[in-house]
Every structure is written in structure tokens, then in C-alpha cells.
Design a protein around this ligand. Structure first.
Ligand SMILES: C=C(O[C@@H]1C=C(C(=O)O)C=C[C@H]1O)C(=O)O
Length: 130
């Protein structure tokens, strides 16, 4: 869809006096955009909080693995997670390829953390620094 604003149409920058139908439309568009962006900001905040919680769990897994000499990555577990996430994405009408890429991106970061944890020397009580 295209909108045709002529060069003397000042409705977008709010200098038309506010009474014209175009100004009313612009105001409605601005309000809708603002409402949607508020929701996007809330969702982004939720994503950040969920990711932070996930990384808290994976850090604990990293310490457990290092303590018991288990490898940082577990490709069998990853395959199951990817299959599950792809199914969830399909039912949620989210592109499964995107869901897979996102999970792989997150897992790669987790594995990097696990490698770092395993490289840290043990402290006197047999643990590694957080
Ligand atoms: C967290 C783990 O370590 C790695 C990271 C995973 C993840 O982020 O979900 C999954 C498998 C492992 O490659 C685990 O083994 O559970």
C-alpha cells in the first residue's frame, strides 16, 4: 500500500493544525505504532529475562560437567532439542528454520561458556569460580 503525500501536505509533521482527516489518520497511525512498539518492548524484556534464567541453568550444568569431566557439548541432546523446538515452532506458526538457527546460536554460546568453565583451575575446595 502507498500513501500519497504532496509537497504541501504537512500532516505528518503535525503542522497542519490537527483538524484535517489526514492529521487524524496520522495520529491514529502514530498511536497504533506506539501501542505495537510498547508490546514489542515488553516481549523483548521477557526474552532477555528468560534468556538470563536459561543461562543461569546452563552455567550450573557447565560446573557439573567440569566437576565430573563430562564434555561441554552433547550433540545427542542438541538433536532432540532441535527436533522438539522445530515442532513447537510449527504449531506456533513460527518458521522452524529460524527457531533452529536461534537455538543453535544460543547453544554455541553455552558451549563456549562450558569450555571456559572447564579451563578454570579448581579452587582449594574443589570447585571453580562462578
Ligand atoms: C546445557 C547443556 O550443554 C550444552 C548446551 C545445550 C543447551 O544450551 O541447551 C545443550 C546441550 C549441550 O551441548 C546440556 O548438556 O544440557
Amino acid at each position: 500500500m502507498t500513501t500519497s503525500h504532496t509537497s504541501d501536505d504537512n500532516s505528518v509533521n503535525g503542522t497542519s493544525g490537527g483538524a484535517s482527516p489526514a492529521a487524524a489518520t496520522d495520529e491514529a497511525v502514530r498511536a497504533e505504532l506506539s501501542r505495537l512498539r510498547d508490546s514489542i518492548d515488553n516481549i523483548d524484556a521477557a526474552v532477555v529475562h528468560m534468556l538470563a534464567e536459561r543461562f543461569k541453568c546452563t552455567q550450573q550444568v557447565g560446573h557439573l560437567k567440569a566437576q565430573h569431566q563430562l564434555p561441554p557439548a552433547d550433540p545427542t541432546r542438541e538433536s532432540r532439542q532441535i527436533a522438539r523446538l522445530r515442532e513447537l515452532a510449527e504449531s506456533a506458526k513460527l518458521d522452524p528454520a529460524f527457531a533452529e538457527k536461534l537455538l543453535n546460536f544460543i547453544i554455541a554460546e553455552v558451549i563456549r561458556h562450558h569450555e571456559q568453565i572447564a579451563e578454570q583451575p579448581l579452587t582449594s575446595d574443589g570447585t571453580r569460580p562462578a
